[in-house]
Design a protein. Structure first.
Length: 138
């Protein structure tokens, strides 16, 4: 993929082909937002009637965390053009040219599919459906 295949808002100074730093992938996950989502999930599980097996609870929380990260990565891909214009967001990995947009989108979709699939297999279809709905509408 060459830099000419991306628009100017996809970061004209992008170093496509360079290795992407782990920190840039972590930034795509929006860890601050993810922590709030995980906290809400934990509180919901604690307040829910009945008891959830501890292993299932941990798997569900991990799926929620990964799903929240997926939504963050997809959101950064979607907002890359306006992120490049705003002072607060112009240093995010995509507008700063550290991560190619297609890499960020693939990362987000992979995490989304994995988290929803594991949630469906380990917990139940309703929880997986709610997770997918949440990822899609973030």
């Amino acid at each position: 993929v060459t830099a000419t295949e991306f628009s100017a808002t996809d970061a004209a100074s992008a170093r496509y082909g360079d290795a992407v730093a782990l920190g840039d992938f972590v930034a795509l996950l929006k860890p601050r937002v993810m922590s709030l989502v995980v906290f809400t999930g934990v509180v919901g599980m604690l307040l829910a009637p009945g008891a959830l097996h501890p292993v299932l609870a941990i798997v569900a929380i991990l799926c929620i965390a990964v799903g929240a990260g997926a939504a963050g990565a997809i959101n950064m891909w979607y907002d890359r053009d306006i992120d490049a214009l705003m002072t607060r967001t112009r240093n995010r990995p995509i507008p700063a040219g550290r991560v190619a947009p297609n890499i960020a989108l693939g990362f987000g979709i992979t995490l989304a599919v994995a988290s929803v699939s594991v949630m469906a297999l380990a917990v139940n279809g309703v929880a997986a459906g709610l997770l997918a709905f949440t990822i899609f509408f973030y």
